[in-house]
Write a protein that binds this ligand. Structure first.
Ligand code: ZN
Length: 419
């Protein structure tokens, strides 16, 4: 008797607006505690390369993708290798990754995850572990990994006989009716303007001193999303409440509160991804993968926990001024403009807003908003009364970090059109 089951693990960009377990502190929405967690399904299934944690030493992980995706995002293969191996690094493991390319159709807005995965598997070589590409999601997800597997029921965990796994990024410029989620992906090469090998990305991530964020409209970084999704492929769960306050964390291997909600850890890659500016794993992510590697289920022939716990972890070197700033929404209602932003700083910050007036061909400067201490606000809502029906074409917001009288670093300037 064989059965097939499908599991989905999505990363939802809009989660920051819908977190239900979060607490409101004096700085606005601030999530104060939370810890790593492992997926429930790990204990329900037998060892299989469906999960990266089960890969044996020397075993190569095989990925298939379309030639078009490789061209579209220069350096994506190196990012994928690094996204798998940054988790491995803290376990003293190294996973060789091999890519094959198939003539795959470019996804369109009419496609769906399942048919795409099946088409990929039909055109890719036999024996692959994952197909990578883009897909239009019918919810607010920006990245997703899912697996379909066949198994023989038995006493104890399900014996996996066959599996397929896909990891998809949201197809740019597609959005569902209810959720206004459109994305433009930027690879690390495209963001930082130079090429990187997987070894260089790993080195950069291990140093834990680099941040990068994209101020452009709907722009997201492929790397952090890949690291989050491959975290799932390793066996880690989401550290945010899923739809209906659900969690995909195993209560025995996660920190849940009394009502079985996962507690949220704001800084973890498994709590956020695309909008995280940090190009490294948080302490909590590292603890989560190490707890995973220490479980009997996953020891295989790799270094033991006593050995990998000796591997040094570089202390985090925080960005010295604005660690993150983004405008997520601009709305005009009569004479009022509503701005919704996300901001995180380590120092006091001054927010300057100005509007470009089309008829007068000049800028209207607004009063500054000043925070006298570090802030972490998501969202930060600003409502500005223009006083009269100006013909506003665009809004420019500058975030200026300061300490005492001194301005720190370059201001972060973000512009949005307002038609
Ligand atoms: Zn996720």
């Amino acid at each position: 008797m064989k059965k097939t089951i499908v599991l989905f693990f999505a990363f939802q960009l809009l989660v920051m607006w819908t977190i239900s377990c979060a607490r409101h502190g004096q700085d606005g929405l601030r999530i104060v505690e939370g810890y790593w967690g492992h997926l429930t399904d790990l204990e329900q299934t037998t060892a299989s390369p469906m999960y990266l944690a089960h890969l044996e030493k020397g075993q190569t992980y095989k990925i298939c993708m379309g030639q078009n995706i490789s061209k579209k995002y220069p350096g994506i293969e190196e990012e994928i290798k690094a996204s798998i191996n940054i988790w491995a690094a803290y376990l003293g493991r190294e996973i060789p990754v091999e890519f094959s390319y198939a003539d795959l159709p470019q996804a369109t807005a009419d496609d769906n995850n399942h048919d795409l995965m099946d088409t990929y598997y039909a055109r890719c070589p036999k024996g692959i572990h994952l197909v990578f590409g883009e897909s239009p999601f019918d919810d607010a997800s920006v990245g997703m990994t899912f697996t379909s597997y066949s198994y023989i029921p038995q006493n104890g965990p399900r014996k996996i006989t066959q599996f397929k796994r896909a990891l998809f990024l949201r197809l740019p410029a597609t959005s569902s009716e209810e959720d206004d989620v459109r994305v433009t992906w930027k690879s690390l090469n495209q963001t930082l303007g130079k090429t990187f090998t997987a070894a260089e990305i790993l080195e950069l991530m291990k140093k834990r001193d680099q941040t990068a964020y994209l101020p452009g409209d709907h722009e997201l970084l492929t790397l952090t999303t890949l690291v989050h999704e491959f975290g799932h492929v390793w066996g880690l769960c989401d550290q945010y409440a899923l739809d209906g306050d659900e969690t995909n964390c195993d209560g025995k291997y996660a920190t849940l509160d009394g009502s079985k909600h996962i507690l949220l850890h704001d800084e973890a890659i498994m709590a956020r991804a695309s909008w995280a500016p940090e190009l490294y794993l948080s302490n909590d992510d590292i603890e989560g993968i190490r707890k995973l590697g220490a479980r009997d289920l996953f020891v295989h022939n790799w270094p033991t926990k006593d050995a990998f716990n000796q591997i040094a972890i570089s202390p985090i070197v925080p960005a010295n001024n604005i660690s993150f700033a983004q405008i997520s929404q601009v709305k005009r209602e009569m004479n009022r403009v509503k701005l919704r932003m996300v901001i995180s700083t380590l120092t006091p910050v001054r927010i300057k807003v100005r509007f470009y007036e089309k008829n007068y061909e000049s800028w209207l400067e607004m009063n500054d908003t000043v925070y006298q201490s570090a802030v972490s606000l998501k969202p930060l809502n600003l409502e500005i009364d223009l006083g009269r029906p100006y013909n506003i074409q665009k809004v420019e917001v500058s975030f200026v970090a300061f300490q005492g009288q001194e301005v720190l670093g370059e201001p972060v300037v973000i512009t949005r059109s307002l038609e």
